[in-house]
Design a protein. Structure first.
Length: 174
């Protein structure tokens, strides 16, 4: 009888692991790479917070001024111009807007601003995003644009070319 239990132990352990509590993603990172002819680089960190996602960025190699900042639908970075990442993440089928407007794509994060030295550091929290579940942005892409997002023109905010791209990958689960 004892021998039978020992033989059954690995099977029971595997079943317990397979059907154990699901881990939630609580942290993610996107390493930003420049598209062809651009110089932007840096990191965007994402953290699950109560009811949304906190984004923290540290970027360099930007032209001074404002740049559109979005989550795009695909985490495909295998092209020179960033267009392989598709359009803005838009699970609700809404028109383009800004982070404070009711009518907006979930991926519409507005703008970041680079100083005279071409760097931008900052943080924001967005209640329309998630790191797990139906609205998860894991595996999607962070895109930086060459110009300021006007937060109105559909579908892109008239923000110009995609100058930086990074896939959002899991960095912490619990």
């Amino acid at each position: 009888m004892k021998r039978s239990l020992w033989l059954l132990a690995p099977v029971l352990a595997a079943v317990a692991f397979a059907f154990g509590p699901e881990k939630k993603v609580v942290g993610a990172t996107a390493v930003i790479h420049a598209t062809k002819g651009q110089t932007v680089s840096g990191v965007v960190k994402l953290e699950a917070v109560d009811g949304g996602v906190k984004l923290t960025w540290d970027l360099k190699g930007l032209a001074p001024g404002k740049h559109g900042f979005h989550i795009h639908e695909f985490g495909d970075c295998n092209c020179d111009d960033g267009k392989c990442a598709g359009g803005h993440f838009n699970p609700d089928g809404k028109k383009h807007g800004g982070p404070a407007t009711a009518e907006r794509h979930a991926g519409d994060l507005g703008n970041i601003e680079a100083g005279a030295d071409g760097s931008s550091k900052g943080e924001m929290t967005d209640k329309g995003l998630a790191l797990h579940g139906e609205r998860s942005i894991i595996g999607r892409a962070v895109i930086l644009h060459e110009k300021e997002d006007d937060m109105a023109t559909d579908p892109t905010g008239n923000a110009g070319a995609r100058i930086g791209i990074g896939v959002i990958g899991i960095s912490k689960e619990q």
